[in-house]
Design a protein around this ligand. Structure first.
Ligand SMILES: NC(=O)C1=CN([C@@H]2O[C@H](COP(=O)(O)OP(=O)(O)OC[C@H]3O[C@@H](n4cnc5c(N)ncnc54)[C@H](O)[C@@H]3O)[C@@H](O)[C@H]2O)[C@@H](O)CC1
Ligand SMILES: Nc1ncnc2c1ncn2[C@@H]1O[C@H](COP(=O)(O)OP(=O)(O)O)[C@@H](O)[C@H]1O
Length: 277
């Protein structure tokens, strides 16, 4: 199964093309995605991300966290795997192809340490929410360690914390300057979502709906990006394709959409992208 990013002449993201999986595909060849859980009573956001990563096609998804957080997840998830993540127990192995961290993580030293440790792995990491906010006072530490294949997904508030001098710029130049400075792919969320990379490449996703403005919606986007990265899609394309797929959920679902319901729309969204042989 491959995803192809399609851009219109004005760099807006068009409906991506999806091909059928090869006949001999197996779950490990579809990629293993890992999502770092928040602590107990803050596990919902990471669970949303994990559900989206699995639905978009990662072969396996594991939520990693401490024991009490995993017990909470165990009451909710079935296909998603659970694994303890503690300082003496590295959750990464050669089969993990992408990691997401930040949703519900907490603005704490634990989150900061986890981010720095994961960024040393050489595996593409999606950083969202608290994984960004936690570096508001020392953004240089983050920028020094990010790689060009990592992806950050700030909303406007998170963007202003990391790039205060760019916060009042137009979204496209702001995202481009941020990507250059941070050295990674930056996806700046909003009614129009801008994707930029350190080389100056950019795209804008306008295929969306205000019904997406609901708690946990960004966590779903994080999971979509992570799930695409796990399948081997390059980071810029994964961010841009995920923005379109996420937008399509909003367009299809309309009123009453909640983040809990979003993963259930993903099969329909993918079906719409599928190219018949
Ligand atoms: N179901 C869940 O468990 C959910 C957990 N969430 C988690 O809650 C924590 C806090 O995230 P939040 O995003 O709510 O808050 P933030 O900690 O990012 O701060 C929100 C503040 O930023 C300002 N802001 C400026 N522009 C904004 C924009 N475009 N969108 C949102 N806020 C903007 C707001 O006015 C507000 O004062 C994160 O860990 C997040 O992952 C949320 O994702 C919501 C759902
Ligand atoms: N008015 C809007 N029109 C289109 N998309 C929107 C609108 N408001 C929010 N979104 C999308 O919804 C998502 C919200 O993400 P975020 O702010 O991180 O929410 P949360 O932290 O609750 O998960 C982003 O992908 C954003 O682009």
């Amino acid at each position: 199964m491959t995803f192809h990013l399609r851009l219109a002449d004005d760099n807006s993201v068009a409906q991506p093309a999806l091909t059928m999986p090869e006949k001999d595909i197996h779950k490990y060849s579809r990629g293993h995605a890992l999502v770092v859980s928040g602590p107990v009573l803050k596990t919902g956001a990471s669970r949303l991300a994990a559900r989206a990563a699995l639905a978009v096609g990662a072969g396996l998804v594991t939520l990693v966290g401490d024991r009490s957080a995993l017990q909470e997840h165990a009451a909710h998830v079935t296909a998603i795997m659970l694994k303890e993540f503690d300082p003496g127990h590295d959750p990464l192995d050669e089969r993990v192809k992408a990691v997401a961290i930040g949703p519900g993580a907490g603005v704490t030293p634990v989150t900061q340490n986890n981010v720095l440790r994961l960024l040393q792995s050489g595996i593409p990491i999606v950083l969202d929410a608290d994984a960004l906010t936690v570096f508001a006072e020392n953004n240089h530490i983050l920028f020094n360690i990010l790689k060009s294949f990592d992806v950050m997904t700030p909303h406007k508030g998170e963007f202003a914390r990391l790039f205060p001098d760019l916060a009042d710029e137009e979204a496209i130049p702001a995202a481009l300057a941020a990507a250059r400075r941070a050295g990674c792919v930056v996806l700046l969320k909003g009614p129009h979502t801008v994707i930029a990379d350190p080389s100056g490449k950019w795209a804008v996703n306008k295929h969306a709906s205000p019904w997406l403005a609901t708690a946990g919606s960004g966590d779903i986007l994080t999971g979509l990006i992570c799930g695409l990265l796990a399948q081997g899609v390059n980071s810029f394309d994964a961010a841009a394709i995920a923005a379109w797929l996420h937008g399509d959920i909003g367009v299809r679902a309309g009123p009453g959409l909640t983040a809990d319901a979003m993963p259930e729309f993903i099969p329909l969204v993918l079906q719409g992208c599928l190219q018949e042989d």
